[in-house]
Write a protein that binds this ligand. Sequence first.
Ligand code: KG4
Ligand code: ZN
Length: 340
Amino acid sequence: MKILGIETSCDETAASIVEDGRKIISNVVASSSDLHKKTGGIIPEIAAREQLRCIIPVIEEALGQKINKKDPDIEAIAVTSGPGLIGSLLIGVETAKTLAYIFKKPIIPVNHLQGHLYANFLSKEKPLFPALGLVVSGGHTDLVLILDHQKIKWLGGTRDDAAGECFDKCARLLGLGYPGGPAISQEAQKFDKKEKIITLPRPMINTDNFDFSFSGLKTAVLDKIRKLKEKDKFNKEIIQELAFEIQEAICDVLVKKTIKATEKYEVKSLLLAGGVTANPRLREKIRKEIGTKVNLFIPPPSLCTDNAAYIAAHAFFNFKPKPWSKIQADSSLSIEEMIK
Ligand code: KG4
Ligand code: ZN
């Protein structure tokens, strides 16, 4: 079964065709991140206007044809209905509903956060349940237990900033631009570890739960920068060291809690998902710590960040079409919520 996936929850406009939930036929992503670089972050109104401009060309590129020419070779349409920025979500949802109506295809609304986890099904090997999922993106940090498709239990998450948000905000403090995750990662690679003197806190690393907190780390970075500036020591090398230590601190907390959860719940697979899991240091650290009992799945970096292939994959494995007139964008869906 070929499904057209559509994803517009944040600043990307994405469309993809996936066959039987595993095989990517096409995967097109247009990002307005260059526009947001100028402002140091996403301005929702600007993101939505850009999505309105490019949604049809992106879908046509994924389909390999103009929409008004002939019926496309797809059996269903999947669309992210939440969570996300409401203006952005509406563009994807309303476009998908219109296409479903015109082409008389079933339409499946998809929870974006659950969708991220299904990037791990776009591989040769299929994850076995029970699985543990770590979803770390710009707006979310969640640990979930996946007992089966449609059976997701939330174990814990961030109490304040998301891990990606912490990368983005710290990068801004360091003057490294947007998006902050890749910028920090690049600076961190330039740092010579032998010279290391700066240490930052690892918030909540030893707490007896699966919650996270990243806003204190951002405050600690702000405080360090202020003191370094007072001593006229805020230079290129210090920025590299701070980038390195920020990345270490975020990754250490994510890895420790994730490994603890895999042990407690005796899962068969660990699924990493979300933009932050594109981070090479996080991937390296988790590979080192995971051990042999659990099968580790990490999508290729291009499938970690927002795209529509995992939306189509989620719809295949959780095939629950809904009448188009009943589908609504919901900006505040939680990761556990199944769309009925
Ligand atoms: O999943 P995603 O593409 O969009 C959301 O659903 O939020 O995640 C975006 C987040 C941003 O905060 C970005 O800085 C972070 O993922 N990110 C990274 C890397 N690539 C993207 N964080 C750390 N290292 C990276 N290489
Ligand atoms: Zn996302």
